[in-house]
Write a protein that binds this ligand. Structure first.
Ligand code: IPE
Ligand code: IPE
Ligand code: MG
Length: 247
Protein backbone atom coordinates (compact mmCIF):
# COMPACT_ATOMS: atom_id res chain seq x y z
CA UNK A 1 0.00 0.00 0.00
CA UNK A 2 1.33 3.41 -0.89
CA UNK A 3 2.35 5.40 2.14
CA UNK A 4 2.35 8.67 0.25
CA UNK A 5 0.39 11.29 2.12
CA UNK A 6 0.06 9.13 5.17
CA UNK A 7 0.60 11.04 8.38
CA UNK A 8 3.52 10.15 10.63
CA UNK A 9 2.35 8.07 13.61
CA UNK A 10 1.82 10.38 16.55
CA UNK A 11 4.47 10.55 19.23
CA UNK A 12 3.45 9.37 22.67
CA UNK A 13 5.48 11.77 24.81
CA UNK A 14 4.88 9.75 27.96
CA UNK A 15 7.27 7.16 26.53
CA UNK A 16 10.10 9.63 25.87
CA UNK A 17 12.91 10.87 28.05
CA UNK A 18 11.86 14.49 28.34
CA UNK A 19 14.17 17.47 28.51
CA UNK A 20 14.05 19.24 31.85
CA UNK A 21 14.38 22.69 30.30
CA UNK A 22 12.99 23.67 26.90
CA UNK A 23 13.61 27.00 25.17
CA UNK A 24 11.47 28.27 22.31
CA UNK A 25 12.30 31.12 19.93
CA UNK A 26 8.75 32.10 19.03
CA UNK A 27 9.46 33.21 15.48
CA UNK A 28 7.47 33.64 12.28
CA UNK A 29 4.50 35.77 13.33
CA UNK A 30 5.18 38.43 10.71
CA UNK A 31 5.49 35.94 7.83
CA UNK A 32 2.32 34.19 8.97
CA UNK A 33 0.43 37.47 8.69
CA UNK A 34 2.05 38.45 5.39
CA UNK A 35 1.03 35.16 3.80
CA UNK A 36 -2.57 36.06 4.62
CA UNK A 37 -2.32 39.70 3.53
CA UNK A 38 -2.74 40.82 7.14
CA UNK A 39 -0.76 43.41 9.12
CA UNK A 40 2.18 41.96 11.08
CA UNK A 41 0.44 42.66 14.37
CA UNK A 42 -2.26 40.12 13.45
CA UNK A 43 0.53 37.54 13.42
CA UNK A 44 1.60 38.60 16.90
CA UNK A 45 -1.96 38.20 18.22
CA UNK A 46 -2.11 34.70 16.79
CA UNK A 47 1.37 33.97 18.13
CA UNK A 48 0.23 34.92 21.64
CA UNK A 49 -2.53 32.30 21.34
CA UNK A 50 -0.01 29.66 20.37
CA UNK A 51 2.14 30.70 23.31
CA UNK A 52 -0.71 30.04 25.78
CA UNK A 53 -1.53 26.69 24.22
CA UNK A 54 2.04 25.41 24.09
CA UNK A 55 2.90 26.69 27.58
CA UNK A 56 -0.05 24.84 29.10
CA UNK A 57 0.85 21.74 27.15
CA UNK A 58 4.48 21.81 28.33
CA UNK A 59 3.27 22.06 31.91
CA UNK A 60 0.79 19.19 31.40
CA UNK A 61 3.38 16.77 30.04
CA UNK A 62 5.85 17.50 32.81
CA UNK A 63 8.42 19.93 31.40
CA UNK A 64 10.00 21.58 34.44
CA UNK A 65 11.38 24.77 32.87
CA UNK A 66 10.20 26.56 29.75
CA UNK A 67 11.91 29.69 28.44
CA UNK A 68 10.18 31.55 25.65
CA UNK A 69 11.74 34.35 23.63
CA UNK A 70 9.06 37.01 23.27
CA UNK A 71 10.97 40.26 22.57
CA UNK A 72 14.66 40.79 22.04
CA UNK A 73 16.85 43.79 22.84
CA UNK A 74 17.09 44.21 19.04
CA UNK A 75 13.34 44.11 18.39
CA UNK A 76 13.07 47.81 19.34
CA UNK A 77 14.48 48.46 15.84
CA UNK A 78 11.13 47.54 14.30
CA UNK A 79 8.69 50.18 13.04
CA UNK A 80 7.03 52.17 15.82
CA UNK A 81 3.55 50.86 15.09
CA UNK A 82 4.69 47.23 15.31
CA UNK A 83 6.51 47.84 18.62
CA UNK A 84 3.41 49.72 19.87
CA UNK A 85 1.14 46.81 18.91
CA UNK A 86 3.46 44.38 20.70
CA UNK A 87 3.45 46.48 23.88
CA UNK A 88 -0.36 46.57 23.79
CA UNK A 89 -0.46 42.84 23.36
CA UNK A 90 1.97 42.30 26.25
CA UNK A 91 -0.24 44.44 28.46
CA UNK A 92 -3.47 42.58 27.74
CA UNK A 93 -1.63 39.30 27.85
CA UNK A 94 -0.03 39.97 31.23
CA UNK A 95 -3.36 41.02 32.69
CA UNK A 96 -4.85 37.69 31.67
CA UNK A 97 -1.80 35.63 32.59
CA UNK A 98 -2.28 36.46 36.25
CA UNK A 99 -5.49 34.45 36.18
CA UNK A 100 -4.68 32.08 33.34
CA UNK A 101 -1.71 30.20 34.69
CA UNK A 102 -3.07 29.83 38.21
CA UNK A 103 -4.84 26.54 37.55
CA UNK A 104 -1.74 25.16 35.90
CA UNK A 105 0.35 26.06 38.95
CA UNK A 106 2.88 27.80 36.67
CA UNK A 107 5.60 30.00 38.18
CA UNK A 108 6.06 33.06 35.95
CA UNK A 109 9.42 34.81 35.72
CA UNK A 110 10.74 37.46 33.38
CA UNK A 111 14.25 37.48 32.03
CA UNK A 112 15.60 40.61 30.37
CA UNK A 113 15.79 44.28 31.25
CA UNK A 114 12.41 45.33 32.63
CA UNK A 115 13.55 48.96 32.68
CA UNK A 116 12.97 49.17 28.94
CA UNK A 117 9.22 48.92 29.47
CA UNK A 118 6.59 51.41 30.65
CA UNK A 119 5.91 51.62 34.42
CA UNK A 120 2.52 50.03 33.77
CA UNK A 121 4.03 46.99 32.07
CA UNK A 122 6.76 46.70 34.69
CA UNK A 123 4.14 46.64 37.39
CA UNK A 124 2.24 43.88 35.61
CA UNK A 125 5.42 41.87 35.27
CA UNK A 126 6.17 42.26 38.99
CA UNK A 127 2.61 41.32 39.85
CA UNK A 128 2.80 38.14 37.75
CA UNK A 129 6.05 37.15 39.42
CA UNK A 130 4.78 37.98 42.86
CA UNK A 131 1.51 36.09 42.69
CA UNK A 132 3.04 32.97 41.17
CA UNK A 133 6.15 32.78 43.36
CA UNK A 134 4.78 30.15 45.74
CA UNK A 135 3.45 27.85 43.04
CA UNK A 136 5.00 24.43 42.65
CA UNK A 137 4.59 23.72 38.93
CA UNK A 138 6.60 24.46 35.80
CA UNK A 139 8.82 27.54 35.78
CA UNK A 140 8.01 29.73 32.79
CA UNK A 141 10.70 32.28 31.91
CA UNK A 142 9.39 34.92 29.54
CA UNK A 143 12.31 36.62 27.80
CA UNK A 144 11.30 40.23 27.19
CA UNK A 145 13.77 42.94 26.25
CA UNK A 146 16.18 40.06 26.54
CA UNK A 147 19.52 39.85 24.81
CA UNK A 148 22.11 37.35 25.85
CA UNK A 149 25.05 39.67 25.16
CA UNK A 150 23.41 42.32 27.31
CA UNK A 151 22.88 39.71 30.02
CA UNK A 152 26.56 38.72 29.91
CA UNK A 153 27.72 42.37 29.99
CA UNK A 154 25.60 42.92 33.11
CA UNK A 155 27.10 39.86 34.75
CA UNK A 156 30.65 41.02 33.91
CA UNK A 157 29.94 44.46 35.35
CA UNK A 158 28.54 43.03 38.60
CA UNK A 159 31.50 40.68 38.98
CA UNK A 160 33.98 43.49 38.21
CA UNK A 161 32.37 45.66 40.89
CA UNK A 162 32.69 42.85 43.43
CA UNK A 163 36.38 42.45 42.60
CA UNK A 164 36.97 46.20 42.73
CA UNK A 165 35.33 46.48 46.15
CA UNK A 166 37.22 43.50 47.52
CA UNK A 167 34.22 41.20 47.91
CA UNK A 168 35.64 38.74 45.42
CA UNK A 169 39.10 37.70 44.28
CA UNK A 170 39.95 37.05 40.64
CA UNK A 171 40.45 33.32 41.14
CA UNK A 172 36.95 33.01 42.58
CA UNK A 173 35.56 33.84 39.13
CA UNK A 174 34.39 30.45 37.86
CA UNK A 175 31.91 29.22 35.26
CA UNK A 176 29.44 28.64 38.09
CA UNK A 177 29.88 32.20 39.34
CA UNK A 178 29.17 33.59 35.87
CA UNK A 179 26.04 31.39 35.60
CA UNK A 180 24.95 32.68 39.00
CA UNK A 181 25.03 36.26 37.67
CA UNK A 182 22.73 35.58 34.71
CA UNK A 183 18.96 36.06 34.69
CA UNK A 184 18.60 32.27 34.75
CA UNK A 185 20.65 31.86 37.96
CA UNK A 186 19.71 28.72 39.85
CA UNK A 187 18.03 27.07 36.87
CA UNK A 188 19.38 24.19 34.78
CA UNK A 189 20.70 25.05 31.30
CA UNK A 190 18.25 24.38 28.47
CA UNK A 191 18.42 20.83 27.12
CA UNK A 192 16.50 21.65 23.97
CA UNK A 193 15.90 24.87 22.03
CA UNK A 194 13.22 24.83 19.36
CA UNK A 195 13.11 27.45 16.63
CA UNK A 196 10.04 27.41 14.42
CA UNK A 197 9.94 29.38 11.15
CA UNK A 198 12.94 27.60 9.65
CA UNK A 199 15.66 30.10 10.61
CA UNK A 200 19.00 28.54 11.51
CA UNK A 201 20.23 31.08 14.03
CA UNK A 202 20.19 31.83 17.73
CA UNK A 203 19.44 35.59 17.52
CA UNK A 204 21.03 36.47 20.88
CA UNK A 205 19.08 33.89 22.93
CA UNK A 206 20.71 32.11 25.93
CA UNK A 207 24.24 32.17 24.46
CA UNK A 208 26.06 31.13 27.62
CA UNK A 209 23.37 28.70 28.75
CA UNK A 210 23.14 26.87 25.42
CA UNK A 211 26.77 25.65 25.31
CA UNK A 212 25.51 22.02 25.12
CA UNK A 213 21.88 22.50 24.16
CA UNK A 214 20.29 20.43 21.41
CA UNK A 215 18.71 22.52 18.63
CA UNK A 216 15.62 21.57 16.68
CA UNK A 217 14.69 23.87 13.79
CA UNK A 218 11.13 23.42 12.56
CA UNK A 219 9.66 24.55 9.28
CA UNK A 220 6.46 25.90 10.78
CA UNK A 221 5.64 29.51 11.54
CA UNK A 222 4.96 30.05 15.25
CA UNK A 223 1.23 30.85 14.89
CA UNK A 224 0.80 27.50 13.09
CA UNK A 225 2.73 25.56 15.73
CA UNK A 226 0.70 22.73 17.29
CA UNK A 227 1.09 20.43 20.25
CA UNK A 228 2.01 17.71 17.74
CA UNK A 229 4.94 19.84 16.56
CA UNK A 230 6.21 20.02 20.11
CA UNK A 231 5.80 16.24 20.39
CA UNK A 232 7.84 15.89 17.21
CA UNK A 233 10.62 18.14 18.59
CA UNK A 234 10.65 16.07 21.78
CA UNK A 235 10.87 12.88 19.76
CA UNK A 236 13.83 14.23 17.76
CA UNK A 237 15.48 15.35 20.99
CA UNK A 238 15.04 11.93 22.58
CA UNK A 239 17.02 10.36 19.72
CA UNK A 240 19.98 12.70 20.05
CA UNK A 241 23.18 11.42 21.59
CA UNK A 242 24.51 14.10 23.94
CA UNK A 243 28.24 13.69 24.50
CA UNK A 244 29.32 16.94 26.17
CA UNK A 245 32.73 16.61 24.57
CA UNK A 246 33.18 13.03 25.70
CA UNK A 247 32.84 9.88 23.60
C1 IPE B 1 8.50 36.73 16.30
O1 IPE B 1 7.95 36.83 15.04
C2 IPE B 1 7.92 37.73 17.26
C3 IPE B 1 8.86 38.79 17.68
C4 IPE B 1 10.10 38.88 17.33
C5 IPE B 1 8.34 39.80 18.55
P1 IPE B 1 8.51 37.84 13.95
O2 IPE B 1 7.79 39.13 14.11
O3 IPE B 1 9.97 37.94 14.04
O4 IPE B 1 8.06 37.14 12.63
P2 IPE B 1 8.89 37.07 11.27
O5 IPE B 1 10.20 36.44 11.60
O6 IPE B 1 9.05 38.46 10.76
O7 IPE B 1 8.05 36.21 10.39
C1 IPE C 1 14.14 36.42 17.62
O1 IPE C 1 13.44 36.59 16.45
C2 IPE C 1 13.45 37.13 18.73
C3 IPE C 1 12.13 36.62 19.11
C4 IPE C 1 11.51 35.61 18.58
C5 IPE C 1 11.50 37.34 20.17
P1 IPE C 1 13.80 37.73 15.40
O2 IPE C 1 12.82 37.64 14.31
O3 IPE C 1 13.93 39.04 16.09
O4 IPE C 1 15.26 37.27 14.92
P2 IPE C 1 16.01 37.56 13.55
O5 IPE C 1 15.94 39.04 13.30
O6 IPE C 1 15.30 36.78 12.50
O7 IPE C 1 17.39 37.05 13.78
MG1 MG D 1 11.47 36.90 13.10
Amino acid sequence: MALFGKKQPQTDVSELILPKHVGIIMDGNGRWAKKRGLPRKAGHTEGARTFRKITRYCSEIGIQYLTVYAFSTENWRRPEDEVGALMKLFKSYLEEAIRDFKDDDIVVRFIGDKNGFSPELRELMDENEECSRERQGMVLNIAMNYGSRDEIVRAVRAIAADVRDGRLSEDEITEQLVSDHLYTAGQPDPDLIIRPSGEYRISNFLLWQSAYTEFVIMNKLWPDFQKEDLDEALRIYSQRNRRYGGV
